[in-house]
Structures are given as C-alpha cells and as structure tokens.
Design a protein around this ligand. Structure first.
Ligand SMILES: [Fe+2]
Ligand SMILES: [Fe+2]
Length: 141
C-alpha cells in the first residue's frame, strides 16, 4: 500500500485489525489441533499461520519502513526515535516468525509454537497502538 493511505489512521488501523483478527483465529485453531492431538492438521495450520504473518504483517512492515517511516522521519526529525522503536518491533516479529519456521522445518509442532504465536500477537497489538498514537497521532496533533 502506498504512503498516503498508510497515513490515514482509520484506513491503516483497519489493515492492522483485519490481520490481527485472522492471526488470533489461526492461533486458536492451532491450539485446538494440539489439544485434540491432531498433529497433521496442526502442522498444516502452522504452515498457514507462518504464511499469514509473512504475507500480511511482515509485508506491511517492509512497506512501512520503505515508505511511511522514512518519509515521516524526513519531514519530522523528532520522530526518528519513534521510528527506530517501531522498526525494532518489526525486527522482533521477523525473528519470531523465523523461529516458527525453524520449528516447522524440524517438525517440532508443539506448545513452543503456541508461545511464539502468542508473543507475536502481543507485540503486534502493542506495536499497532504505538504506531497509531506515537507516529500517526503526531501528524494529527
Ligand atoms: Fe508497523
Ligand atoms: Fe502499520
């Protein structure tokens, strides 16, 4: 998505919410598979979950760093620190998704995956709030 639409808080927030809700649903389905002992199904859901984080949230993060963050920091240098913090959140999420991929590659489909999925949800949720309040909120004020 191009810079200008990501600057709109309502449009940008909708992108966050849609991705986060889907990730929450996938996490619940994954947990149910584990509880039911359905290993094959759990493996398939884990694949879909990783693909979801990569194609939605991490892709969104790449686009922000290449466009929105750079533009806003250039226009308002006082936002540099905020942009650095938000980029660190992205990096943490990238690393967690990589950890999930490592577990998947080794066929280790268990509670550790659930911990990473929960951690991703928590970080993304806090990150989204900070992006709205500290970055886009700055422009509105
Ligand atoms: Fe972001
Ligand atoms: Fe965002």
């Amino acid at each position: 998505m191009s810079g200008p639409s990501l600057r709109r808080q309502d449009a940008h927030s909708s992108i966050h919410e849609a991705a986060l809700n889907e990730a929450r649903d996938l996490r619940s389905v994954f947990q149910k598979c584990l509880l039911d002992g359905e290993k094959e199904k759990a493996l398939h859901v884990a694949e879909i979950t990783i693909e979801h984080w990569e194609s939605r949230t991490l892709k969104h993060a790449d686009a922000e760093e290449e466009g929105l963050y750079r533009e806003m920091a250039e226009e308002s240098p006082e936002l540099l620190n905020v942009v650095t913090q938000l980029t660190r959140d992205h990096d943490l999420m990238r690393r967690m998704v990589n950890q999930l991929k490592g577990l998947l590659a080794k066929g280790e489909i268990d509670e550790r995956m659930l911990s990473y999925m929960d951690s991703l949800l928590i970080i993304d949720s806090i990150h989204n709030d900070d992006e709205m309040n500290n970055l886009l909120g700055h422009e509105a004020s």
